[in-house]
Design a protein around this ligand. Structure first.
Ligand SMILES: Nc1ncnc2c1ncn2[C@@H]1O[C@H](COP(=O)(O)OP(=O)(O)O)[C@@H](O)[C@H]1O
Ligand SMILES: [Mg+2]
Length: 256
């Protein structure tokens, strides 16, 4: 569904991406891990065409988008739902208006039809009936959930998450992790998550990739990752030893 081939991107002397190769297949939840500043957010921006690489190619569903115009990219972007690091809600709009924003803008649906979809999506993130609340009156975790409801409002094929759990307390982070898995399982959405939160990564991933020094230095299933001999992966995963293990963890980290 997504293929990134030999992407290079730099800003002056700061070469951030130095030949990134990635593939995300239908139905996967691929988690890209990497240190702060390694280029994770840039990778997401490249995939939705917000920035162009210096060289390399990006395919979305067999369309190579690096040469696309803004208009063509607009169509491509409709395949994506995006959950930003800050929930990025419009503060002057109600929760319902936030979730229905794309539907109002990009479809001919009536007000009633939009309201129905908004209600469904809010239900999906376990926030039924909050349409009339203003974002300022929501907790951080609730904002993230509203942001998720908005991301899935147009039934995207792919949801991109940028640091979905960063800055949230552990209980709230866990709610978001559960939601990412729920959306993946229930609506079969292909997901791409970038994070430096190891616990979150192992909770949600079906596949993983490690970005270090401008390249993907390892990829595989979570199980393969825990057994990896790649030095940077081992170093990164040593963080895990310090983390509380959740009983619901879907991966092989339990018992390590
Ligand atoms: N618009 C920009 N102009 C200059 N440098 C940038 C720009 N966007 C990102 N960078 C640099 O690229 C690097 C990677 O950024 P980013 O993708 O945001 O990292 P992260 O992995 O933390 O998400 C950082 O060193 C950042 O300073
Ligand atoms: Mg980032």
């Amino acid at each position: 569904m997504i293929k990134v081939e030999d992407i290079h991107l730099g800003f002056g002397d700061n070469k951030v991406l130095k030949g990134v190769n990635l593939e995300v297949e239908l139905g996967q939840t691929l988690v890209i891990m990497g240190q702060s500043g390694s280029g994770k957010s840039l990778t997401l921006k490249l995939i939705i065409g917000l920035i162009k690489p210096d060289s390399g190619k990006i395919w979305i569903d067999d369309e190579e988008i690096t040469g696309y115009t803004e208009k063509q990219l607009g169509e491509i972007r409709q395949k994506f739902g995006m959950v930003f690091q800050s929930a990025a809600l419009f503060d002057s709009l109600t929760v319902g208006e936030n979730v229905g924003f794309g539907l109002k803008r990009h479809t001919d649906l009536s007000k009633k039809e939009i309201e129905k979809i908004v209600a469904e999506k809010l239900e999906m993130v376990s926030l039924p009936g909050v349409e009339d609340v203003m974002p300022i009156d929501l907790s951080g975790g609730m904002k993230k959930r509203v942001s998720l409801a908005r991301a899935i409002s147009m039934d995207p094929e792919i949801v991109l998450y940028d640091e979905p759990t960063t800055g949230l307390d552990p209980v709230t982070a866990d709610e978001i992790n559960r939601l990412i898995v729920k959306l993946h399982d229930q609506i079969k959405v292909t997901s791409l998550v970038v994070t430096h939160d190891m616990q979150s990564a192992f909770y949600v991933a079906t596949h993983m990739a490690m970005l270090n020094d401008g390249k993907i230095v390892a990829k595989g299933t979570p199980d393969e990752f825990t057994k990896s001999s790649e030095p940077f992966v081992k170093k990164f995963l040593s963080q895990l030893d310090r983390l509380v293990q959740t009983t619901e963890n879907r991966t092989a980290i339990n018992g390590k």
